[in-house]
Design a protein around this ligand. Structure first.
Ligand code: PLP
Length: 376
């Protein structure tokens, strides 16, 4: 099996597995209990927190653990609206986001719109980038919050997060950034007030995320209860998951340059092996190289996936739900239905070998060519 779906999730690093093991086996104490065992678990969580904060490398804030990045984004968006309502900033009722955001942002924003928020979803250009002049025209003192992701999960395109944050701050708005696909792979841009992170995209465990919060911009709690995480996010923390996230973040920070150089080399090798018939979706200049979203005219990508069962990659045409609907991201960059249906996403990283990737790309190219003969 050649695993080429690093945007969906990543394999657990051996170092992470090792760090988690004792906290799964016999060190089971509740980290919020006052016993010695509880204190040890709490101390391990605090070490993990520091490691993640160091890897985020932004000044003036802290992280709170969450159950996923989806939860972190829900919390950031809904909690910021809640804060504005509680402090009677009623004049600020607008939220601006972008058409290529993850469903965790788009669906939450749509829900906020149903609750009375004035929502603006800005388009992107054919490269998948937000036009900053367009954003500038939309910004005024009615805007409460701007939410833009750093690296797109489907096409790998990056946005100018520091510039966008400066513009949002210029009108007094709060900047939310989904950095799930960026964290541990590239440096996090300075500027955002709230940054969502996920462990399983950086060789850590699933079902744990975090929200980095600038001091004074913490969203109102979404989850109420025992008052954990400074009363901002209740619920017993899992020492195993927190320690695993911390180990993954430390490793990612230490290896960032090495991993980035590797994905750059892998990307070049993959493009060479695929041959000239494939077109890259989105910007080639502003993208994370470990995400190769490509299409080839006339092919049925779903058929490719069915033909190549020993390979894991993603389709551009269907959402995660397998609905078969063209992806909202590919539509947003102007692809028509046929182009979206002929798109695939290859995602690779730390544990991908060039040999496996090249072999997989050659298989893909052959299978795609075979479809041409079928049509002819
Ligand atoms: N945002 C982006 C860009 C993602 O790729 C993902 C995961 O697919 C998420 C948010 C949600 O992360 P999680 O799986 O931790 O809820």
């Amino acid at each position: 099996m050649t695993y080429l779906d690093y945007q969906a999730t990543t394999p657990i690093a051996p170092e992470v597995e090792q760090a988690m093991a004792p906290w799964i086996a016999d060190r089971f104490a509740n980290p919020h209990s006052p016993s010695r065992w509880g204190n040890e678990a709490e101390a391990a969580i605090e070490v993990a927190r520091k490691r993640i904060e160091k890897a985020v490398d932004l000044r003036g804030g802290r992280i709170a653990f969450t159950g996923s990045a989806t939860e972190a984004l829900n919390w950031a968006l809904k909690g910021t609206v809640e804060n504005a309502r509680a402090t009677r900033q009623d004049g600020r009722n607008r939220v601006i986001t972008v058409a290529t955001e993850h469903a965790a942002v788009l669906d939450t924003c749509e829900w906020l719109a149903e609750q009375g928020i004035d929502l603006t979803i800005l388009p992107v250009d054919r490269e998948g980038r937000l036009d900053l002049d367009l954003l500038a025209r939309e910004l005024d003192d009615r805007v409460l919050m701007v939410a833009v992701m750093m690296v797109n999960n489907e096409i790998g395109v990056t946005q100018a997060i520091s510039a966008i944050s400066r513009m949002a701050h210029g009108v007094g708005a709060i900047m939310v950034c989904d950095a799930v696909q960026a964290f541990g792979r590239v440096e996090i841009c300075e500027g955002p007030d709230l940054v969502a992170l996920s462990a399983h995209k950086i060789h850590g465990p699933k079902a744990i995320g975090a929200l980095w919060m600038r001091k004074g911009k913490e969203p109102a709690p979404l989850i109420h209860g025992g008052g954990q995480e400074l009363g901002l996010r209740s619920g017993t923390l899992s020492p195993a998951l927190c320690v695993g996230f911390g180990a993954a973040a430390k490793l990612a920070a230490e290896r960032m340059t090495k991993d980035y150089d590797l994905v750059q080399r892998l990307s070049a090798a993959a493009k060479h092996a695929l041959g000239p018939d494939w077109i890259i979706n989105g910007s080639t200049a502003h993208r994370y190289p470990g995400n190769l979203s490509i299409r080839r005219d006339g092919i049925d990508a779903a058929r490719l996936l069915a033909d190549l069962r020993d390979m894991a990659f993603s389709l551009g045409s269907a959402c995660a739900s397998g609905s078969g609907r063209p992806s909202h991201v590919l539509r947003a960059i102007g692809l028509d239905y046929r182009e979206a249906r002929s798109s695939i996403r290859l995602g690779f990283g730390r544990y991908t070998t060039q040999q496996d990737l090249v072999a997989a790309c050659k298989q893909l190219a052959t299978a795609a060519k075979a479809q041409e003969h079928l049509v002819a």
